[in-house]
Design a protein around this ligand. Structure first.
Ligand code: NAP
Length: 214
């Protein structure tokens, strides 16, 4: 996979990094990545499942290999989508700055990186490691769910970030983000259907491996 990842990074001028825990990946994530791809003319979107997400207790999330495999299954048919093992294989906490530096190094000079993730995660961006360098190197695309209070995001970021960095965070409303990983896990615990909320291959994988049961 690294070989292909390197190849895509070397060949592409505009690349999206889709960062998330993906526990599990669902149609909202896929619609978000596709919307970002077409809106921002991205040549590739590389999904990067977190190995050890910062600020999260490991016992509350599924194993990184399960999350990687579900992401792989969900994206396999889309020629614009790739999955990276970079955070899965890197020991320690998965800081976005390390991923961004790694990918930027592989790209040709002049290449642009976009980091796509949930607006709620980006709300906390000032607590992320090396935030100024991050905002210097990538443009952030903050996916919002319907009804999301964009003013909160704006006022929080205006208070905490310089103007030059504010321009590097762009909100993208994604109606399909009404689906959430938390809701899918709760449905599984309550023995309710998760059909049509995520690709069938991922649904089958969840049942086969007894994920998210009480
Ligand atoms: P999270 O708390 O699990 O998610 C926050 C919200 O964003 C949830 O509503 C989630 O919905 C949504 N979301 C997460 N990933 C998304 C995506 N790719 N597209 C659309 N919505 C998304 O967030 P997290 O997974 O811990 O962090 C998200 C990303 O930020 C990861 O890549 C993580 O490594 C990075 N991060 C970095 C640092 C750091 O470098 N210090 C700190 C925190 C986070 P669902 O639950 O439905 O996905």
């Amino acid at each position: 996979m690294d070989f292909y990842e390197d190849l895509h990074l070397q060949r592409s001028k505009r690349v999206g990094i889709m960062g998330g825990t993906f526990d599990p990946i669902h149609l909202g994530h896929l619609v978000t990545a596709e919307a970002a791809r077409s809106e921002f003319n991205l040549e590739k979107v590389i999904f990067v499942p977190s190995g050890q997400p910062p600020h999260k207790k490991m016992k509350t999330i599924s194993s990184k290999e399960f999350r990687y495999l579900m992401t792989f299954l969900a994206t396999a048919a889309n020629p614009y989508f790739e999955v990276s093992r970079t955070e899965i294989d890197r020991p320690g906490e998965s800081f976005t700055i390390d991923t961004v530096r790694y990918m930027k190094n592989k790209m040709q000079p002049g290449g642009e990186l976009f980091f796509i993730t949930g607006a709620d995660a980006i709300l906390e961006i000032v607590t992320w490691k090396n935030v100024n360098e991050l905002l210097d190197v990538v443009t952030f695309i903050a996916a919002t769910r319907p009804g999301y209070d964009l003013n909160e995001l704006k006022s929080r970021l205006t208070k905490e970030l310089d103007n030059q960095f504010l321009k590097k965070i762009i909100a993208l409303e994604v109606p399909a983000m009404a689906i959430s990983s938390t809701d899918i896990r709760i449905r599984m615990k309550k023995n309710r259907s998760i059909k049509y909320l995520l690709p069938e291959s991922v649904e089958n994988f969840i049942h086969k491996n007894n994920l998210y049961l009480p």
